[in-house]
Write a protein that binds this ligand. Structure first.
Ligand SMILES: N[C@@H](CCC(=O)N[C@@H](CS)C(=O)NCC(=O)O)C(=O)O
Length: 199
């Protein structure tokens, strides 16, 4: 949307490595958006907030447009349906200390995530974006889940339509600029940007 912003990077997980952050977000999760005295900690709600508060923007789909329903559906599908099983995989195959890792659980949730991608496959087999005939914050929401899947190494299992969709999202100017901004902020602030580097 071209809005000015300041990006503060945090070591991950902040609850262990940046305890002061708990005063900003008691859950210790990222992201947090601060806009004046307003604070939000749900990434998809943050996207909706920016589009509604500082729009109109083609990144949002208006209630009067025919794709308003699918737009809300895919917008929430990213975080509610796709990201959740991946957090279980991360916890039980990567972040837990070796003695608490549960490879069977991680394998189950990997399969669960991949089967949930069928919903995306059905749409992107027919069109280049999820809804509205254009790139929207629904693609950003689902795109983040695909970025996380790449981080975990699940992208090798994407079907050809999902792989092509993910390639097209990664090739966008906006994505490249956001990743470059994240990398630069990480370097300036001395915080490693693991997710961005893998993109
Ligand atoms: N539903 C939240 C999830 C936030 C979340 O769980 N973030 C993860 C990273 S993707 C996190 O910060 N985990 C660190 C922790 O749980 O300590 C959102 O969409 O922003």
């Amino acid at each position: 949307m071209g809005l000015p912003f300041e990006l503060k990077m945090l070591p991950f997980p902040p609850r262990d490595l940046a305890p002061d952050y708990l005063a900003v977000n008691p859950l210790g999760t990222i992201p947090t958006l601060l806009d004046g005295s307003m604070r939000m900690t749900e990434s998809v709600a943050i996207c909706q907030y920016l589009v509604s508060r500082y729009g109109p923007s083609p990144l949002g789909v208006e209630p009067t447009e025919p794709d308003f329903g699918p737009y809300l559906n895919w917008l929430h599908f990213g975080e509610a349906t796709l990201t959740f099983p991946q957090t279980v995989v991360l916890r039980y195959s990567l972040f837990a200390p070796p003695e608490r890792r549960l490879e069977d659980v991680a394998a189950d949730y990997k399969r669960w995530f991949l089967s949930r991608l069928r919903g995306i496959d059905a749409v992107v087999s027919k069109q280049s974006t999820l809804c509205g005939g254009r790139f929207t914050i629904a693609d950003i929401s689902v795109g983040f889940a695909l970025l996380l899947a790449q981080f975990i190494g699940l992208d090798a299992k994407f079907t050809p339509p999902v792989a092509a969709y993910w390639q097209s999202l990664k090739g966008r100017d906006g994505f490249r600029k956001a990743m470059a901004k994240q990398d630069a902020a990480g370097r300036e602030q001395g915080v490693e940007n693991r997710l961005g580097r893998l993109a």
